[in-house]
Structures are given as C-alpha cells and as structure tokens.
Design a protein around this ligand. Structure first.
Ligand code: F6P
Length: 568
C-alpha cells in the first residue's frame, strides 16, 4: 500500500478512538463491572507454556479488565494495530530487517534465545553460549572467586542486575543448594562515583574477586572509570601478572577490551544487532550465569523464547504484548495519562521498575517518527515504581486521591519464594485490594456510612467527608506468574520488550535507537575541563556559576586537608 492511504487509515483509526473516548468517559469502571459478570473472563488471557511443555512452566496470566475499556474499545484498538501494520513490523523484526533505521541495524535479540535457529545469527549466539558455559563451569568449579563484580551501566547492567536479584535466592533454596559452595556472590557497579565503587568492593578480597566489564562500545565513560579503578584496586593486592586474570569482558569492541588488558579467552562478543537494553540474553548476562549456573541462565532464555513464539504467532487480539501495548496507548494517548506506575508485589523484582524505565523511556521517549517527522501524539509515558507493599506507604496516596490518575501495572508471582510462606497470601491480598480500591473507589454515600459505623458525630462526618472519598475509576493491569523462576522471569521480560516494540510501532517511532543520550555525554567532557578551571567554549551563566561554586568548595576542602597534614 502506498504511504498516503496507509497514513490516512492510521489517522482515521486514531480519530475513531478519540471519538469513542467520549462514550467511555461517562461510564465509571465500577459500573462496567456491575453490568457484566463476565468482564474478567472477557478481558483476561492466560498463555505461553514452555515449548517442552514442562508441567512446572505455567506461563503468564494477564488481567486487563480493570482498564476503562469495553469490547468496542478493544475492537477499535485492534483496528489501530492493523492500520499501523503491527503484524508487518513483527514480521520484519523476526526476519532481521533493519528495524533500527537511524542506525541501519536489525534488532535480533529474539535470536539470542532461539537455540534451534539455523540462521547465521543463531549460530553465533549458540557459539557464544557454548563459550559462556565453558567459562562459567570452569570458574564455578575452580572455586577461586567468591565474588563477581559486574561493571556496566544502563542496558549493560540493569537486566543482569534485575535477573540476579530476582533469582539470587534460588541459591538458598533446594534448587541450587547442591552447588552453593561453588556459587560466587555478585555485586553491581554502574555509577561514576567513588562512594559506589567503595560500596561495591567493601570487604572483598582482591585475590577472590572477578570483575565482569560489560560495555557494548567499551568507550562508556562511567564503565571505563570503574574498570580502571578496579584494575588499581586489584593491583594494590595482587602481582602485576595476576591482575588480568581477574577480569572478563562482554563487548562488541573486542580490540578495546584486549587493549585494556583482558585476556582473549575472557572476552565475549556482543553484536551491533543487539541493543544494550535488549542484551541480557547475550553474554551480557555472564554474571548471572556465574552466580546462578549456566543451566538456569538458559532456562531464562527458554522462557523468553516461549514468549517470542507466542508474540510471533498469536493473532493480535489474543497476543499478550500486543494487548498490553494497546492498553498502554489507550491510557497514554486517548485518556491522557502521562505516567505509569510499575508495582511488583515481590521484593525480588525490586529492580524491575528501573529496568522498565530504561526499556520503555529510552526506547520510546522520542518526539520524531522513524521518518524524522514530529510525532503527532504523545509517546512513552513516565515509568516509575517500587515494590508493594512498600509503595503503598510511599506514593499510593497520590494514586488514590491525586487529581492526576496514574495507571498501574501490578505484577506478582503466586507461589511463595524462600522465607516464611505465610507472608505471600498477605502480600497478594494487598495487591488485589489495591487494584480493587483504585478501580471502585469509595463514593460519598459509602464514605458516610463507613463513618457512621465508626460512630463519628454528624459534624465530624461533614468535616471529614471530602477527605474520605476516593474517586476510583483508576485503571490497572495485573500480571500473574505462577512462580518466580528463570523460565517465568524470561517470559515476563520478553513480554515487556515486545510490548515496548509494539507501542513504538503504534507511535511510529524507532524503539531501538537512543540519540537523546548523546548531547549530555558530549557536554560532559567540556564541563570536566570547566571544573578544573580550564577554558571552554561559551557556556550559560548557571553552568559557569555552579562550576565556580564547586571549584571554590573543593579548593576549601583541599586547603583544610593541607592544614591538617603534619609537617614533615
Ligand atoms: O545510556 C545510553 C546507553 O547507550 C544505553 O543505551 C546503553 O545501555 C548504555 O549507554 C551503555 O552503553 P555501553 O554498553 O556501550 O557501555
């Protein structure tokens, strides 16, 4: 189809949704539930079992019924998906077409988890997995390293950190206990901040510490600063020749890693067809494999691959990532909610909000389309979050009563993890109660009768009534996993990856580049010179003034330290 009619069709689909909004706006969610006893069944979906159909792999369950939608909304959203050619873009993604047009690259992260693929890319991925296995098994059986420190930033750290945190407690359970002796512990280091470096190495023995440096470019300033600091820290405790044996690297710039001094056998490849924020499935997950074992790591790939197969083959209306993305654009673009909270009711998923922040905001926080034209509608909303129930004691007041509704993703694993099993039902009850309260709210009559039941006086009731009303009608989506294990984590993360991609398609943006991070990086070099008192090209008075203030205070500290030094 030529671009013009396609654009017209797309525009018509958006406009139909905007018109439909007026009808939906009049009906509160609680009325939609009261009017339709089958609403939950209508707007929920359970899918994706392991390809090997292991009984313990139950897939993933999505309940999107607590969104302000009707069957007509879903039909209209699916019309939008068809007009935006989601199926065509999905085909192009899996076929390795250059979907990252501004960098003329494919985005082939799904190939990293397709171990049966016969493609070139598939065999490169398999060869790397085999090398990883060898390295992981020899490192774990050697028992030399008690700690792994993973150095990286952004996509080169957030995924591995999330996965290690989510699955680390497997270490203490019956699953890995037989090899617990051989499992090193892992710490993550990203920020260029001496305090963070000090935290990462506190109490560690250089002789028993392995640094895994993950950087696709091997030029990222923060990562290199930490890698050099690690080298110095090791050199203070080890012989010069031993230092290099305490490093491994994962990079697309092998020569730079080798130049840094990392032995060839400990350098693992990344490729330009894997974006940083989609790289967990590559050797960037080496630290996870070192800690959990290569088998566990590969189970995570299996989970992600099962979701890939579902995304690739399921019809749009029964397709988890597609539905999640459609709900996303409905909330963002049609209902006008510009933020989304991610609240996992599982403290093992505490890094999920940070991971999704990068995945969604770096992928789709764009204001020009793939063709370089201004976007005609809002793109990615702000993503933030904290695990429940902590979040309930932090920002849930806002979620329930602020005039700016924020849709929520609730995520939970049903089976208890390690620790007292009695706590999981309380945790899950809290999650269900919150999503119900957000949806239903409490109107004035209900608030009044609650206060009457508390035997408050009529004047107290009048005074408190406005404070005790909850507007409700606040959308949420719930994702349930049967348990949190590598397979199910793989499912969950691939679900969000593809959801992000589909949203990008609906917004017409390239989800795989990130030009917006460049300017700050470029200015940082000049600013560092400014902080040292050097001359730089004209800067604004705020930047210059702040740099002066920093220099003055640093000078004062240096003088104070000098004054304290004993005279030699
Ligand atoms: O913040 C920008 C970014 O390029 C991310 O996309 C990437 O994940 C991160 O920096 C790290 O880059 P590298 O892996 O090259 O060190």
């Amino acid at each position: 189809m030529s671009p013009r009619p396609a654009l017209r069709r797309l525009d018509a689909a958006w406009r139909a949704l905007e018109r439909h909004r007026a009808r939906i706006a009049r009906v509160p969610l609680r009325d939609l539930f009261d009017a339709d006893s089958k609403r939950f069944a209508r707007f929920s979906l359970a899918v994706v079992r392991s390809a090997r159909a292991r009984p313990r792999h139950d897939g993933i369950f999505l309940d999107y019924s607590k969104n302000r939608i009707t069957a007509e909304t879903v039909e209209r959203l699916l019309a939008l998906a068809r007009a935006a050619d989601v199926a065509g873009w999905r085909r192009r993604l899996f076929a390795g077409a250059p979907v990252n047009a501004s960098e003329n690259r494919a985005a082939l992260h799904p190939a990293l988890r397709d171990r049966s693929s016969r493609s070139n890319v598939g065999s490169m991925a398999r060869a790397t997995l085999a090398r990883m296995r060898e390295f992981v098994e020899s490192t774990r059986s050697g028992e030399k390293f008690t700690h792994v420190v993973h150095i990286g930033i952004g996509g080169s750290l957030l995924g591995p950190e999330l996965a290690c945190e989510a699955l680390a407690l497997l270490d203490d359970s019956k699953i890995v206990v037989r090899s617990a002796r051989a499992s090193p512990r892992v710490r993550f280091l990203s920020n260029v901040d001496g305090a963070d470096f000090a935290r990462a190495v506190r109490g560690l023995d250089p002789a028993r510490t392995l640094f895994v440096v993950v950087s696709k470019t091997f030029t990222t300033a923060e990562t290199l600063a930490n890698a050099y600091a690690a080298r110095e820290w090791l050199a203070a405790g080890l012989s010069k020749s031993a230092v290099s044996r305490h490093f491994a690297a994962v990079t697309a710039a092998r020569a730079r890693a080798e130049e840094f001094g990392i032995p060839k056998r400990a350098v693992f490849d990344l490729w330009d067809w894997v974006g940083g924020r989609f790289s967990l499935w590559s050797a960037a997950g080496l630290s996870c494999a070192l800690v959990l074992g290569q088998d566990r790591f590969e189970e995570m790939l299996e989970g992600a691959h099962a979701l890939d197969t579902h995304f690739r083959t399921a019809p749009l209306g029964r397709n988890l990532p597609v539905l999640l993305a459609l709900i996303g654009v409905w909330n963002t673009n049609i209902l006008g909610f510009r933020a989304r909270a991610v609240v996992p009711y599982d403290s093992r998923l505490k890094r999920l909000p940070a991971y999704l922040q990068q995945l969604e905001m770096e992928s789709n926080g764009k204001s020009v389309t793939r063709e370089g034209r201004p976007v005609s509608r809002a793109s990615a909303p702000v993503v933030f979050g904290t695990p429940g129930t902590d979040a309930q004691h932090a920002f849930f007041q806002f979620l329930h009563q602020s005039p700016n509704p924020v849709p929520v993703d609730f995520i939970a694993a049903v089976e208890p993890g390690p620790g007292p099993g009695t706590q999981r039902p309380i945790l899950l009850a809290n999650m269900l109660a919150q999503s119900e309260a957000l949806m239903r709210g409490r109107n004035a009559a209900e608030a009044r009768s609650a206060m009457e039941a508390e035997r408050l006086s009529p004047s107290e009731i009048r005074r408190l009534l406005p404070h005790r009303v909850f507007p409700g009608n606040r959308p949420s989506t719930t994702i349930l996993l049967r348990r949190l294990d590598p397979f199910h984590l793989g499912l969950l993360l691939a679900l969000y990856e593809h959801k992000t991609f589909v949203e990008g398609v609906l917004w017409g943006v390239n989800s795989f580049d990130q030009w917006g991070v460049e300017l700050g990086k470029q200015l940082a070099g000049g600013t560092a010179r400014l902080l040292k008192g050097g001359k730089v090209a004209a800067r604004d008075s705020s930047t210059v003034g702040l740099a002066r203030r920093i220099r003055a205070w640093r000078g004062r500290r240096r003088r104070a330290l000098g004054a304290r030094k004993p005279a030699s």
